[in-house]
Design a protein around this ligand. Structure first.
Ligand code: NAP
Length: 455
């Protein structure tokens, strides 16, 4: 059985799940397609809004209970898991409030006739989601698409099946009709077969570049629209006019939130050459003060990584970096605990030939680079096959000028990163394409149906 909850703190297998059969997939497709057809003809948006309002209430009522499921699946800190449940509830509020406005037809006036663009549902979608934010990743695609009228089939990560199933059960409890969101415990081949099915209209994936390429290829083969939210090795550019107190206060969130397993975690810190020692001391101060331990204990500040596999991958990347000439500037002592803990680490002296130069390090590792001129910093930030999120820390006007020169999907000024219902999320280059959240994300799988009236 591939789908298992293996608690990354205790290493115990807590739950195992049977794979979904092809017959069950067929039944799901039938239900999802019928629901799309029904909503397409009899668009009861108010009923769907009522479901999302109830979903928001249930999330808030069961905040800690739901958060604990995520902690057991992938090890995040309980406080961070609760904040994730809160964020999902805020999506419910925002999209219920905005759905009518976002789906309003848009008039167009021309010299020969007037037109309007109807915003209509497209059909059932296949969603493939990762483990690092088990609820948030589902919520950010499901809530907008349910309001649009696109039913969804979900293939979540093999290591967070309990959270995925709980989220889908909650949606059913909130009153969503069967077929609105169905969690499937399926293989990669079954995902490909679903994408090929004519009843599927689109595909959204969040995950690695490798997973994204495989799934986007399947979508392209069958001419299905897709959005890809992939990884990154985001730069965090410290300018010479940065507020150092603010900077110090941001490091923990920027690099250690979710044990460093955030697509937009700052992975490469770019600092002026003459600030190198001071900056490393700042990071060291933050990294040396973490408390690794039980993620359900509220005094713990650094969670284990999500799995043994994730820890082994990061260990290999750090070893490869050092073998390739990088300097281990700092590493926290390891803890005597059974969980998948990775000691916070600082690497320096990484040159372009280093094997990790263009890789994503998914965990508590800070890569520190130095620069002589701002142009050099901008070139270094852009010297990546990725382009997801990027931070610029400095005087605001100055930071805006630098941010505009970075080839990335998102830039944060004087902050680590952020995700809110109002702001679009997504990248360029190998970080993917398309956006989730905001009006842009809400309308990714909307049929922009033009109606033209001759004069
Ligand atoms: P992953 O290996 O690509 O897995 C993500 C999802 O894709 C999982 O459900 C996985 O299933 C599935 N998958 C992978 N290969 C597949 C294939 N060939 N066919 C069908 N499904 C496939 O990614 P991960 O390493 O678990 O997740 C972390 C990555 O996600 C990082 O790179 C991170 O930066 C990125 N991420 C991006 C964003 C964003 O918004 N841009 C947000 C969060 C995370 P299995 O679990 O069964 O392998």
């Amino acid at each position: 059985m591939a789908y298992k909850t293996v608690n990354p703190y205790t290493n115990e297998v807590e739950h195992e799940y049977e794979n979904t059969t092809n017959e069950e997939i067929e039944q799901t497709l039938v239900k999802a397609h019928a629901l799309y057809k029904l909503w397409r003809q009899d668009n009861d948006l108010e009923a769907r809004k009522a479901v999302i309002i109830r979903l928001g209430e249930l999330l808030r009522e069961r905040r800690t209970e739901l958060a604990e499921l995520m902690v057991r699946d992938m090890g995040k800190l309980i406080g961070e898991a609760e904040a994730e449940v809160d964020l999902c509830a805020s999506f419910c509020d925002y999209y219920v409030d905005k759905a009518n406005e976002f789906l309003q037809p848009k008039p167009i006036y021309t010299a020969s006739g007037n037109a309007y663009v109807l915003k209509q549902s497209l059909g059932a979608l296949m969603a493939v989601e990762p483990w690092n934010f088990p609820f948030y990743q589902i919520a950010r695609v499901f809530i907008p698409n349910f309001l649009v009228g696109n039913p969804m089939l979900l293939k979540d990560a093999a290591n967070c099946p309990t959270s995925a199933q709980a989220f889908c059960d909650l949606i059913a409890e909130a009153g969503a009709p069967a077929g609105s969101l169905t969690n499937l415990f399926i293989s990669y081949d079954q995902v490909a077969d679903i994408i090929a099915d004519p009843r599927i209209a689109g595909v959204c994936l969040t995950g690695s570049e490798r997973g994204g390429k495989a799934v986007a290829t399947e979508a392209a083969k069958h001419l299905k629209k897709s959005t890809m939210e992939l990884g990154g090795n985001d730069a965090f550019i410290v300018l010479n006019d940065a507020d150092l107190d603010k900077l110090q206060a941001t490091i923990q969130f920027a690099r250690l939130f979710n044990a460093g397993q955030v697509c937009t975690s700052s992975k490469r810190f770019l600092v002026p050459e003459d600030m190198k020692d001071q900056f490393i001391a700042m990071v060291k101060e933050v990294f040396s003060n973490v408390k690794m331990g039980d993620p359900l204990d509220r005094s713990t500040t650094l969670a284990p990584l999500s799995s043994k596999k994730a820890k082994e991958k990061l260990e290999k990347q750090v070893a490869d970096a050092i073998a390739g000439g990088a300097t281990l500037a700092y590493q926290h002592e390891s803890v005597d605990l059974p969980g998948q803990f990775f000691p916070p680490t600082i690497l320096t002296d990484i040159d372009e030939n280093n094997p990790i130069f263009d890789q994503e390090l998914f965990g508590p590792v800070a890569e520190v680079y130095t620069y002589k001129t701002e142009d050099e910093a901008i070139a270094l930030a852009n010297n990546s096959s990725y382009g997801l999120g990027n931070t610029v820390f400095g005087e605001v006007k100055h930071a805006r000028e630098v941010a505009a020169k970075i080839e990335t999907g998102m830039s944060w000024i004087n902050d680590g990163w952020a995700s809110l219902p109002e702001i679009p999320f997504g990248g360029v280059k190998h970080s993917g394409y398309g956006r989730e959240l905001s009006e842009i994300g809400f309308t990714e799988f909307v049929n922009q149906h033009l109606v033209y009236e001759a004069q």
